[in-house]
Design a binder for this molecule. Structure first.
Ligand code: ADP
Length: 259
């Protein structure tokens, strides 16, 4: 078929006037598209075999003959890893779906205080009483956006705070509005992030400490998803962090999406 021409336009100041630079980036664009499609297709194809695998494994665990009881820990390990694999596949599918979207398709006004209330239940499950978690919400907080996608932003930031904060730490979840926009913020007293890593956190599979992320069940894709979802909403992510002190992750939304 015919390839769409993709042109990048740049305006550069030049000798008191402007220089307009047109560059044909069709090829690079096509390659990017192909890479995305490939990742989406591959993830999709991996789903079914994994479901079958997990199904048999569960049956095996349920019906394990007494003389094979010594195999149980190994089988349980396999099951855990299969769960991890599924999580990675689901995140890859989510990421390629949001990357493909150029605009939001399902937008509503979301009551942020109600959102925070449901996050509270999730936080209880994730933390299991290991942290002191507080919530604060501005009365007039409504945000216009895609509820499912935003949900994944809130959950990702919260679960990261839980996973990277040692037992006994504090986590504060806040929603507030100023003349600059709407802010969803998660502050923790966790392990923090060395400054040089901060700019790269939203790259896919980027981790400060790979072992730790794996251990705590991370896929390395959470913040990449967060970044894309926020961009679709015209917003962005802000990160402030100090090693051994803690981190603040802030989703910033433009004022026209807030009442
Ligand atoms: P992961 O699934 O590995 O947590 P993310 O994309 O969610 O992947 O985060 C990328 C990396 O950013 C993590 O591996 C971790 O090193 C760092 N990170 C994210 N949130 C926090 C936090 N609240 N405190 C410390 N480090 C964090």
């Amino acid at each position: 078929g015919q390839t769409l021409q993709v042109v990048q336009v740049q305006l550069i100041p030049f000798e008191g006037g402007w220089l307009m630079l047109l560059e044909d980036i069709t090829q690079a664009y096509d390659l990017m598209q192909m890479r995305r499609d490939f990742v989406a297709n591959a993830s999709h194809e991996l789903r079914t075999p994994l479901t079958v695998f997990t199904g048999y494994l569960e049956t095996l665990l349920d019906m394990l003959p007494p003389d094979l009881e010594s195999l149980r820990p190994a089988l349980e390990q396999m099951e855990q890893q299969a769960v991890r694999m599924r999580r990675i596949i689901e995140d890859l599918l989510t990421l390629s779906a949001v990357e493909r979207q150029s605009r939001l398709e399902n937008e509503h006004w979301i009551d942020m205080c109600a959102q925070l209330d449901t996050l509270r239940d999730e936080a209880d499950l994730l933390s299991a009483g290991r942290h002191e978690i507080t919530f604060s919400c501005e009365e007039k907080g409504r945000l216009y956006g895609d509820p499912n996608l935003l949900r994944s932003v809130f959950t990702n930031l919260l679960s990261n705070a839980v996973r990277y904060t040692p037992e006994g730490g504090r986590i504060a979840v806040r929603w507030y509005v100023s003349e600059k926009g709407g802010f969803f913020e998660v502050e923790d007293t966790g392990i923090g992030i060395p400054r040089e890593h901060i700019p790269r956190l939203t790259e896919r599979f980027y981790r400060v400490d790979t072992a730790r992320s794996r251990e705590t069940g991370g896929t390395g894709l959470g913040l990449a998803i967060v970044k894309h979802v926020l961009e679709l909403h015209g917003g962005h992510l802000e990160v402030e962090s100090l090693p051994y002190v803690g981190s603040t992750f802030r989703a910033v939304f433009p004022i026209n999406r807030v009442t």
